[in-house]
Design a protein around this ligand. Structure first.
Ligand code: MN
Ligand code: MN
Length: 292
């Protein structure tokens, strides 16, 4: 190491600097090595800094939703717990996108405090939990309550009606919930997931036309090979799971696996571009594959 530093300083301007500054600069390579070792071995030096805020849209914004009032049917809403595109005419989200890892999971009880989302623009009509009463549909979470159990506030955040769509009981309590549980199993085994879910198509309106239930519900799960890398943790061999499940009765005992499709199929059905932030060659590979 000393040899290296000597060699380095011979060709380096540090030799012309005052001695104390030179000494400090000369020890930089050593410091860098120690720092990297420290980070690699996970020493506690930075443990109090915590992780940077999660980017729930790391993989892309599939409908290019924006926070623009004129964009009422593709209106971007960013929350600490998830991000969504709201459809004002339908009274439901087009999609909801969220990151899931162990840090979100704890033992908080389900808050069950369904409520209108008051963070919508003030003069927009807001869907109330009662709008689903006697409709025959469940108030179906997109980002599940069970994915946000590390604090009461984070769990409660999933109960705003902008995270809810009218979901048939057999879908919600059948293959849909089974897949939600499977996701948390993956997280229990150390995985980090990027998940996006939504609906497409229209069924008969409920709540006097205020809410339009989707005909199909879909979900995409990217199972990160390495955690905390965001888009840089996605490779050709990264596992992606995509499903397209009809929003109807009579499917309660069906396995979610039988509804697996390619992301290409979902792009065709929804008109969205998923994984838009993933470099094109990798995106093409991942989108044409059905997970084993
Ligand atoms: Mn549910
Ligand atoms: Mn795409």
């Amino acid at each position: 190491m000393n040899e290296l530093i000597n060699k380095f300083s011979r060709f380096h301007p540090v030799r012309y600097l005052p001695k104390s500054v030179g000494m400090t600069l000369r020890s930089l390579p050593l410091l860098a090595v120690l720092l990297s070792l420290c980070l690699l071995t996970g020493c506690g030096l930075f443990s109090n800094l915590g992780k940077p805020a999660v980017d729930h849209l790391a993989l892309g914004n599939p409908s290019q939703a924006r926070v623009v009032l004129a964009n009422a049917n593709n209106y971007l809403m960013k929350k600490p717990q998830f991000v969504l595109s709201y459809n004002r005419s339908k009274g439901i989200p087009n999609w909801v996108s969220w990151q899931l890892d162990q840090t979100w999971l704890g033992d908080v009880d389900r808050r069950d405090d369904f409520r209108a989302d008051l963070s919508l623009p003030p003069n927009w009509a807001k869907v109330d939990p009662e709008d689903y009463s006697r409709s025959g549909y469940d108030r179906g979470h997109m980002a599940p309550s069970g994915d946000r159990t590390n604090s009461e506030a984070n769990n409660s955040a999933t109960f705003v009606m902008t995270n809810i769509v009218p979901q048939t009981p057999d879908n919600n309590r059948g293959p849909w919930v089974d897949l939600e549980n499977y996701c948390r199993d993956l997280v229990d085994h150390g995985k980090e997931l990027f998940i996006i879910a939504g609906g497409y198509g229209e069924k008969g309106a409920i709540a006097k036309g205020k809410v339009i239930p989707p005909q199909h519900l879909w979900k995409i799960i990217v199972v990160m090979g390495e955690t905390d890398l965001g888009i840089n943790g996605i490779f050709e061999n990264t596992r992606v799971i995509a499903v397209d499940i009809p929003n109807q009765q009579g499917i309660k005992t069906d396995a979610w696996q039988q509804y697996q499709v390619t992301i290409d199929t979902l792009e065709k059905n929804t008109g969205y571009d998923f994984l838009a932030n993933v470099p094109e060659p990798v995106q093409n590979i991942l989108e044409s594959r059905v997970s084993q």
